[in-house]
Ligand binder design. Structure first.
Ligand code: HEC
Ligand code: HEC
Length: 334
């Protein structure tokens, strides 16, 4: 009776029914469940620039190495404040046109880091542009491919006001007299990467990781706050640009070893730079401010690490000094 080899009708109908059953199970039912998903409070719709960047991300197939899903297991705690929720993907699923919907970008391969919160980890547009142009400039041992076709070289005379010039060491250019300009695709992609931050649900609403170790950490942090690890904080926050050696990258990020600002006995300017960012010299890119990302204690710990490493010898500063300058800056804002 089930002789597929002789009965072509039976073969076709069976294959078709199999197709229908699978489609219902893995496409239609999940899609209808997603209809009830609403964006989280505080989540912002992707701007048209960010949406363009999402499509560059897809066309360059970045998801072959990068996930965007914080799984509910302890080892994923480094990638986000909380496990990912269906709502987190709400805005990336906008329709591209009548026929096509943006694919979900959860990814399945984690050759590179998860990017769920990369907008928080790497806030600087300069860093992203350099990294895309050639990852080895900022992360020596990186195996990520270089996306140099998202950039073009222009002679100085051709550079217009609108162009975003990326400062790279000149020996990396085909013509050392040229300037490197980011194409619109690169800028859109970076805008998209910078938008990748988990919506904050507040401590109590956030689902916790299993098994949860976070509560334990919070309880003890009160006593340990004085022992914040400046080296670790520096590695997480500053080393991407100023490098683990503090030596910076000529033409992009200044050296902190031997820096007058870092070694100044009066830490005023150093603290201001960390809080508000810095863009004083044309030969270097711009540094983003960290006022919203770091606490006074963390800034003091980082500053003290910088003031006592790589041959630097300057007196330690306190969190109170940072707090005073933070207040001073806040009062200056209109
Ligand atoms: C062959 C695998 C591979 C591909 C493809 C790839 N990456 Fe990466 N990516 C990595 C690796 C490995 C790292 C870690 C080393 C580094 O920072 O360069 C990384 C790091 C990153 C980081 C920094 C993450 C962090 O936590 O600091 C960003 C941002 C990033 N990639 C974006 C992209 C984008 C955008 C694309 C597509 C245009 C892409 N990657 C394609 C492997 C890849
Ligand atoms: C996205 C890249 C980036 C990151 C991350 C970054 N910086 Fe910077 N930093 C720069 C750039 C670029 C300059 C130079 C700006 C200029 O002079 O125009 C700079 C300048 C400085 C200076 C002035 C040094 C001198 O002698 O001129 C200090 C101090 C400094 N950064 C400290 C820090 C600390 C501390 C952190 C971490 C909290 C940090 N930076 C993170 C890019 C970065």
């Amino acid at each position: 009776m089930f002789d597929f080899h002789k009965n072509h009708r039976l073969l076709t109908i069976t294959a078709f029914l199999g197709f229908v059953v699978l489609s219902i199970g893995i496409a239609i039912i999940p899609a209808s469940q997603m209809q009830e998903v609403k964006p989280l409070p505080g989540m912002e719709e992707l701007s048209s620039e960010e949406l363009k960047g999402l499509h560059v991300y897809v066309s360059e197939n970045c998801m072959s190495c990068h996930t965007q899903q914080v799984r509910n297991i302890e080892m994923d705690q480094v990638w986000g404040e909380r496990p990912s929720l269906a709502s987190d993907y709400y805005f990336s699923k906008q329709r591209m046109d009548l026929w096509r919907q943006s694919p979900s970008l959860l990814g399945s391969e984690r050759t590179g880091p998860d990017l769920t919160e990369v907008g928080k980890r790497q806030p600087g547009i300069e860093w992203h542009l350099l990294h895309l142009y050639n990852p080895r400039i900022v992360v020596k041992e990186s195996i990520m491919p270089s996306y140099s076709w998202l950039f073009e070289e222009k002679s100085s005379a051709m550079v217009t006001k609108k162009d975003v010039v990326v400062t790279v060491p000149s020996e990396l250019l085909k013509n050392p007299d040229h300037k490197l300009v980011a194409k619109p695709e690169a800028l859109a992609l970076v805008a998209y990467l910078q938008s990748l931050v988990q919506a904050d649900l507040g401590q109590n609403l956030s689902p916790d990781f299993i098994p949860s170790t976070r509560k334990k950490k919070e309880q003890s942090s009160g006593e340990e706050s004085l022992g914040l690890d400046g080296l670790q904080l520096y590695s997480e926050t500053c080393a991407a640009c100023h490098q683990p050696t503090g030596g910076g990258i000529p033409g992009a990020f200044p050296s902190l070893a031997g820096s007058k600002i870092v070694n100044d006995p009066d830490p005023n300017i150093l603290i201001q730079i960390i809080l508000s960012g810095y863009d004083a010299r044309a030969e270097f890119g711009a540094m983003p401010g960290f006022a919203d990302l770091l606490t006074d204690e963390e800034i003091a710990a980082i500053a003290n690490h910088e003031r006592s490493s790589w041959g630097n010898k300057a007196p330690a500063i306190s969190a109170e000094q940072v707090s005073e300058i933070r207040k001073f800056i806040q009062n200056q804002k209109p």
